[in-house]
Design a binder for this molecule. Structure first.
Ligand SMILES: CCCCCCCCCCCCCCCC(=O)SCCNC(=O)CCNC(=O)[C@H](O)C(C)(C)COP(=O)(O)OP(=O)(O)OC[C@H]1O[C@@H](n2cnc3c(N)ncnc32)[C@H](O)[C@@H]1OP(=O)(O)O
Ligand SMILES: CCCCCCCC/C=C\CCCCCCCC(=O)OC[C@@H](O)COP(=O)(O)O
Length: 329
């Protein structure tokens, strides 16, 4: 008897037609089991040897983790109501992800953020993976400004809203400006900090996009300093274009604060340019270190051509190290 199918193990030429159909059924079951065993093996082999499959598995895992954590945490966050304190839950839920991916985080200049004052953080935005870097350094009582579309991503939207994340509609400038002006007033009253990606969209090019001005208007209106934060290029471990996702090192550099005391809206264009230039310089310097590592493995890596021209590796500049932490997922 095999899986409830009563029949002989060996076919007998003298058996009736019902016995031979029983043999056929048994073979089907054996084949099905064989296939079911082969499928995970094939998936495992594909994951190991096919970079594109590997990439999609890792991205799917990232999204599933975020959705699962948002679903799990939303009820707890709801108990507290909409509060910036709920950001601690999101932070704790995202922190372990780097271990699954074998991504080592190096943080430079964290001491700059160790201050009681309120401020605006601006950083470059390469991919959703930035969440892993954000949670490494995001201070208490700090909320990101995000595109409104995230609000409609089911439990991810609920968790974001409950954590006080501020949403802007990038396609309605007046509305977005109003949200930012209101944020400038409430951040002083309710004592929270704000994190903005001034590029306004994800960008994995070798230079940063032009900066939107909202973050700088916000800092000037609230009369709080700006902390520029630069994530090193992900080229050596992540590229959505090349469908590459391996382990690697991400360096996060927190630059010294830029004061806005006494500035007015007429100073915003100059302020934006100054901050962008400082970030672009740091990014170029980090690109050089990453490309030096890259060129050992892939001498013709497209991103490395012309990157950081003139930017040497200054004293104390971050260096990309071989990842040694975490396990590859
Ligand atoms: C474990 C469970 C996890 C679950 C939970 C996980 C998910 C958790 C997600 C969190 C993670 C977040 C990560 C999200 C990341 C993004 O969503 S990135 C996309 C959203 N962010 C942004 O868009 C950046 C902010 N955008 C801005 O600041 C833009 O300036 C604005 C306000 C949208 C306007 O956009 P724009 O019109 O395209 O751009 P811009 O050229 O800056 O401004 C035009 C004019 O308006 C003026 N202006 C702009 N702003 C102002 C202002 N505030 N006041 C006066 N004038 C202004 C400018 O000065 C400019 O005028 P001129 O100088 O040319 O005369
Ligand atoms: C009922 C609907 C259910 C929908 C479920 C959707 C599930 C979404 C799955 C995973 C969500 C992970 C979201 C992480 C958000 C990370 C922030 C981010 O990177 O947003 C991109 C945004 O900065 C810029 O967007 P664009 O580059 O302009 O585009």
């Amino acid at each position: 008897m095999l899986l409830g199918i009563p029949c002989a193990i060996h076919p007998d030429p003298g058996l009736s037609s019902s016995a031979s159909s029983c043999w056929g059924n048994m073979m089907d079951v054996v084949l099905l089991h064989g296939l079911l065993l082969l499928l995970p093996l094939a998936a495992l082999l594909l994951y190991r040897y096919n970079a594109t499959f590997h990439y999609f598995c890792k991205v799917a895992f990232f999204n599933c983790w975020i959705i699962a954590m948002a679903t799990l945490l939303s009820p707890f966050a709801a108990l507290r109501g909409r509060s910036v304190e709920n950001m601690k839950l999101l932070r704790a839920a995202i922190l372990p992800l780097k271990h699954f991916y074998g991504i080592k985080m190096q943080v430079w200049g964290l001491e700059h953020l160790n201050t009681e004052e309120l401020y605006v953080i601006v950083s470059n935005h390469q991919a959703a993976l930035d969440l892993m870097g954000m949670v490494e350094i995001i201070p208490d009582r700090c909320v990101p400004i995000a595109k409104k579309e995230i609000l409609y991503m089911g439990t991810v939207g609920w968790a974001s809203w409950l954590s006080g994340i501020i949403f802007v509609d990038r396609y309605k400038r007046e509305d977005a400006i109003n949200v930012i002006s209101q944020t400038a007033r409430t951040m002083q009253r309710e004592k929270f900090r704000v994190w903005i990606f001034p590029e306004g969209t994800r960008n994995q090019d070798k230079s940063m996009l032009p900066f939107k001005r909202g973050a700088f208007h916000l800092a000037v209106q609230a009369q709080v300093p700006i902390f520029p934060v630069v994530f090193s290029p992900y080229w050596d471990f992540f590229s959505s274009k090349e469908k590459k996702f391996t382990s690697g090192t991400c360096t996060i550099q927190i630059l010294p604060k830029v004061e806005t005391q006494g500035l007015s809206s007429t100073d915003v264009p100059r302020l934006t340019d100054t901050v962008r230039q400082a970030m672009a310089d740091a990014f170029a310097e980090m690109s050089v270190s990453c490309c030096e590592d890259q060129s050992a493995e892939h001498p013709q890596h497209p991103h490395c051509a012309g990157v950081g021209a003139g930017a040497g590796r200054g004293t104390g500049s971050p260096q990309c190290e071989e990842n040694t932490t975490g396990t590859s997922n």
